[in-house]
Design a protein around this ligand. Structure first.
Ligand code: IPM
Ligand code: MG
Length: 386
């Protein structure tokens, strides 16, 4: 065998072994954490980079205000977790430094600001994305991203698989020689079934009657084919819900068709398609700055914005004008996840009023609009009126 083929085969064998082991680990997982049974719920607050600390601290301030009674009684504790900055990650040469990971694992849920992902040409070493690493380390397999535009009849919830697909070994592809390079896509039975089940359970509980499976199974036959087939199998267990499936290319088109898009309700999709489609979807609602997301696992959950850390805003001294709405939307999802549905509804209602109805203050990202903190105050004042 050619030496480079042998080296490549060895690298591939190591990836296969690691993924087989991961699939076994998923099998051994138990039920979701029951927050009602916990004496104390620990919420970690992790600012991240760029505009992250400003918008995360603002969302935490609103959350602390809403949960003041629970904090006073000791049922809820907020914990500040520093050290997820690009400077600290670069110094440790790790996507998440060990001591930061240990602190994260002491929490039940985490509110996390955007983190900078190094890419070629950056001054930073090429450490893996902190988002991706956290999703993998805490096995946050479901990325739940709601998008709502009431006046357009849009009310979508995306269930993006969050640990597999193109991301599972995204940093472990390799060039075989100067001319030929490989990356790999991974789909497992356990990994697909758990995201599909969550999507259908959500649909059932929330009286949605349609789940759409998004793949490119006509081309990416093995992994997307498996994802589609397994989701359809799970769908059969929910006879009251209509399952349909779409290829990802036509999905991007249908989402901009005002007559068709309002028919979609719940989507379940592999990692990379979920990444792409949810940015497109968020744009209808006012951009990625307005969308929050839940990263759910059985033991841990992390809530974040769907956008990046906007270092340019900080460089231009505009971070205090950053829009906290994505982190506030993420906070709605956090409250709902830990069982504080009334508080979640109140915050969501206040956000709808401030962002879409009353619009007494506007965030423009610069001094032509209000500051992040002023917007937080506005949201709290609005909640007081509800
Ligand atoms: C997202 C982001 C991340 C992703 C990046 C920052 C690694 O785009 O949460 O959608 O690709 O998942
Ligand atoms: Mg994305």
């Amino acid at each position: 065998m050619d030496e480079k083929v042998r080296v490549a085969a060895e690298k591939f064998a190591a990836l296969v072994e690691a993924q087989l082991a991961r699939n076994e680990r998923i099998k051994s997982q138990k039920e979701f954490l029951d927050f009602e049974k916990l004496d104390k719920i620990i919420i970690g607050v992790c600012g991240g980079d760029g505009i992250g600390p400003v918008i995360t601290n603002e969302a935490a301030r609103v959350l602390k205000h809403l949960l003041a009674d629970q904090v006073a009684s000791g049922r809820i504790e907020f914990r500040q977790i520093d050290g997820l900055t690009i400077e600290n990650r670069a110094a440790h040469h790790k996507a998440i430094p060990d001591d930061v990971l240990a602190q994260l694992k002491e929490c039940h849920v985490i509110l996390k600001g955007p983190t900078t992902t190094p890419r070629a040409g950056d001054p930073w070493p090429n450490v893996e994305s902190a988002n991706v690493a956290m999703r993998k380390e805490l096995d946050l397999f479901a990325n739940v991203r709601p998008v709502k535009v009431p006046e357009e009849g849009i009310d979508w919830v995306f269930f993006r698989e969050n640990t597999e697909g193109a991301y599972a070994v995204g940093s472990y592809g390799f060039p075989v020689d100067e001319d030929v390079a490989f990356d790999f896509v991974v789909t497992t039975t356990e990994g697909t079934e758990r995201i599909a089940r969550l999507a259908y359970e959500y649909a059932k509980k929330n009286h949605k009657h349609r789940v759409s499976i998004i793949t490119k199974a006509n081309i990416v036959k093995t992994t997307d084919g498996k994802f589609l087939r397994l989701c359809q199998e799970i769908g059969k267990e929910y006879p009251d819900i209509t399952t349909d499936d779409w290829y990802v290319d036509i999905t991007t088109a249908k989402l901009i068709d005002p007559k068709r898009r309002r028919d979609f309700q719940v989507f379940v999709l592999p990692n990379l398609y979920g990444d792409i489609i949810t940015d497109e979807a968020a744009e209808f609602q006012g951009g990625v700055g307005t969308a929050g997301s839940a990263n759910l696992g059985k033991r841990y959950a992390m809530f974040e914005a769907i956008h990046g850390s906007a270092p340019r805003m900080v460089a231009e001294g505009r971070d205090k004008y950053a829009d906290p709405c994505s982190m506030l939307r993420a906070s709605v999802l956090l409250l709902s996840h830990i069982g504080f549905q009334q508080e979640a509804d109140r915050l969501e209602r206040a956000l709808d009023i401030c962002m879409y109805e009353e619009k007494k203050l506007a965030i423009t990202g610069r001094d032509t609009g209000c500051t992040c903190q002023q917007f937080g105050d506005y949201v709290m004042e609005t909640m007081a009126r509800l």
